[in-house]
Ligand binder design. Structure first.
Ligand code: HEC
Length: 245
């Protein structure tokens, strides 16, 4: 069937690539894709009214809009719903954190989405899919906001005494905790390709920058964009590979 060597090689490549393509993960959803069901949001509203309304108000605008409108979106966008869930569970209801079932927290999240005009769909939101639903604005993904805790993968170089720079760095993404080593995150960083960003790394000498010069690293910290240049105020450095191309 295959007459030339090139054709035979082509056939081999097809066999290698097609299965990989078939098992690729489905694309992530966003909060605009109907990720919760309307009856669930109703249950969420009942729980919210019982446990949260006293401090957060009936229209969710209490505590500077922690769960509503622009403040909520700036605080949560370019992240997934798991972070909101984990933060809620770890701190709320204030005075008795973690006292509700996982499903009840997720129902409350459904109600929060509904109140922020994100549409309902046909299936309920479940705790185990939260990390596959991205929070983005109505007009789609954007760069992470200034001063957000972020993660970027790049090549660590030293440009002067205690002057550390991350070059060929990937687009910064949110991290839930810029101090802690999170295995799941580090694993994802190993597969993250280098990018085209450059960041000055403030305080990097306090996080083992000298021993990681020339390596491919995962850097976490707070992103500060300014006309003078972009920097990451470093909170952790993890080596990923001994060399960096
Ligand atoms: C006794 C008052 C009180 C109650 C009840 C309460 N909260 Fe809060 N909530 C706060 C305060 C105060 C903050 C500001 C941050 C802090 O001090 O922890 C806050 C912050 C938040 C935030 C923002 C956290 C962040 O880091 O952005 C969320 C989300 C939240 N609350 C959800 C809830 C939910 C859901 C409930 C009900 C299950 C609830 N809260 C009940 C007082 C309360």
């Amino acid at each position: 069937m295959f007459t030339t060597k090139t054709q035979r090689q082509g056939a081999v490549w097809l066999c290698v690539f097609v299965p990989l393509w078939l098992v690729a993960a489905p694309p992530e959803k966003t909060v605009w894709d109907g990720v919760y069901a309307a009856p669930q949001a109703q249950r969420g509203q009942a729980a919210y009214t019982q446990y949260c309304v006293g401090c957060h108000k009936a229209d969710l605008t209490g505590i500077e809009g922690a769960m509503k409108g622009e403040f909520f979106m700036e605080r949560r966008r370019e992240d997934n719903l798991e972070t909101l869930f984990l933060d809620m569970k770890a701190t709320m209801p204030r005075g008795n954190p973690g006292s509700l079932s996982d499903q009840t927290y997720v129902d409350i999240i459904s109600y929060v989405l509904q109140t922020n005009e994100m549409p309902a769909g046909s299936t309920e939101l479940k705790p185990d899919v939260l990390d596959k639903v991205d929070v983005v604005g109505k007009d789609g993904p954007k760069p992470v906001p200034n001063f957000a805790p972020v993660l970027s993968v790049g090549c660590l170089i030293e440009t002067g005494e205690n002057r550390w720079v991350l070059i060929n760095a990937s687009e910064p993404v949110r991290t839930r905790d810029s101090f802690k080593k999170i295995e799941k995150e580090l694993k994802a960083s190993q597969d993250r390709p280098l990018g085209q960003y450059t960041f000055r790394m403030a305080d990097a000498e306090n996080f083992e920058a000298p021993t990681n010069v020339g390596k491919k690293v995962q850097v976490k910290g707070v992103i500060v964009r300014s006309p003078a240049g972009n920097r990451i105020n470093v909170n952790s450095i993890e080596p990923i590979a001994e060399t960096c191309q």
